[in-house]
Ligand binder design. Structure first.
Ligand SMILES: [Zn+2]
Length: 402
């Protein structure tokens, strides 16, 4: 059996090759991150660190931290502050801040000197004009306190499918190194936030937290809000405050991707959205069965999802099982394959029925291949175009997020 995965399908019809950029969005989810629960910390472990706004001059070394400096300031706004050598990664981790990045929005990254050097070569850090139109605060949405859901974003007006909802750069990027003690990591991350422009610092600290423990607030915000990305081939976590205001739904009406060249997260409407409707993204892959989704959301984000797909439970799982079964049939290119255009059309209907509009690229891709196999080039081209369009919304125009 020849297996043709969704990315292969995308490659077949995309005019773009895969990017080898150093920064990419790894998952269409907001997986968790920190290796330990800050709630489990002994207070004595963490209370030595003063609140972030009492740490004194921004360019001071955090108290009691085994910090050493490395290199020169270079293009960074402050001298980098570093941990000792960490044996398992054979490197230090340092705090780097570009205070004037993106018209004084600022950005801090806690990573290795090597990755920071690669990161600093990206065009947005060299040429601010690359970010023209990015970080525009006037989006088709407004924040609202929603009963039982905290702050969410509602549509200001009717929004068309495919319309851009927002495009922002992150405030903080953190190397996903698991071995560092939480109190020590908090000291470095506090410096990373403290070195940001005041407005960005306040914006970061206003974000939702899971544990509400002020001693580890920077990591608490990361745990609650971060998106997993790759920088320099290593897993990192990035906080994009605006997108973090979007609540979760297992049938989200918005889809996002990270543009590696612009260090920007784009969010688009995955289907038509009505005025006043809440904008949602998926924190957990909607292509998992309900029990797995619930388990992940509970463990990582401490909430029970009550979206329409979770409430229908078994019915949604039955539809998902059929989706997986049809995809398996459509990926079978042997002589005994049951693949047909009828099956491909059924797959598209199921995705739409389950309101998985943001994930239709796979179904469109199979339809394109299946119509192509029977020589119907008109339908094949139509679905190839739809697959490319849908894939661009999820993986970026060059598919860089794969
Ligand atoms: Zn749900």
């Amino acid at each position: 059996m020849v297996h043709i995965g969704k990315y292969s399908i995308w490659l077949v019809f995309s005019a773009f090759g895969a990017s080898s950029s150093i920064l990419s969005d790894k998952c269409a989810s907001k997986p968790i991150i920190l290796e330990a629960n800050p709630e489990c910390l002994e207070i004595s472990d963490v209370d030595a660190t003063p609140p972030i706004n009492e740490q004194g001059p921004v360019n001071s070394i955090p108290q009691n931290g085994p910090s050493t400096t490395t290199g020169t300031v270079g293009k960074w706004s402050y001298k980098p502050y570093c941990t000792d050598l960490i044996s398992d990664i054979q490197s230090k981790l340092c705090v780097y801040t570009d205070h004037s990045f993106a018209q004084n929005r600022g950005i801090s990254i806690f990573t290795t000197p090597q990755i920071a050097d690669e990161f600093s070569q990206l065009r947005p850090l060299q040429d601010p004009s690359v970010l023209a139109g990015i970080n525009n605060p006037r989006g088709p949405w407004y924040p609202e306190n929603l009963p039982g859901r905290g702050i969410g974003l509602l549509a200001k007006n009717n929004i068309n499918s495919g319309e851009r909802l927002m495009a922002y750069t992150p405030l903080l990027i953190m190397h996903q190194h698991h071995q560092m003690p939480i109190p020590l990591r908090e000291k470095f991350l506090r410096l990373a936030i403290d070195q940001l422009p005041e407005a960005s610092k306040k914006q970061y600290l206003r974000l939702a937290t899971i544990y509400g423990n002020s001693s580890v607030i920077v990591q608490d915000v990361i745990q609650t809000n971060a998106f997993e990305i790759q920088v320099g081939g290593q897993m990192h976590l990035a906080v994009f405050p605006e997108a973090s205001r979007m609540n979760h739904d297992c049938a989200p009406n918005a889809q996002y991707f990270l543009d590696p060249l612009r260090i920007t997260q784009y969010v688009h409407a995955a289907r038509s959205i009505s005025k006043g409707e809440e904008l949602t993204i998926a924190y957990s892959t909607p292509l998992d069965f309900v029990s797995n989704r619930q388990k992940h959301l509970k463990k990582s984000f401490r909430f029970t999802c009550r979206c329409s797909r979770c409430l229908t439970g078994q019915a949604a799982d039955t539809a998902l099982a059929e989706i997986k079964s049809i995809e398996s049939s459509l990926a079978d290119w042997t002589k005994t394959s049951t693949a047909s255009t009828k099956l491909a059309e059924r797959l598209i209907r199921l995705y739409r029925q389950e309101r998985l509009d943001g994930f239709l690229d796979t179904a469109f891709g199979y339809a394109a291949l299946t119509y192509n196999a029977i020589g119907n080039s008109v339908q094949a081209k139509k679905y190839a175009h739809l697959a490319a369009e849908s894939g661009a919304m999820k993986d970026g125009p060059d598919g860089a997020n794969r």
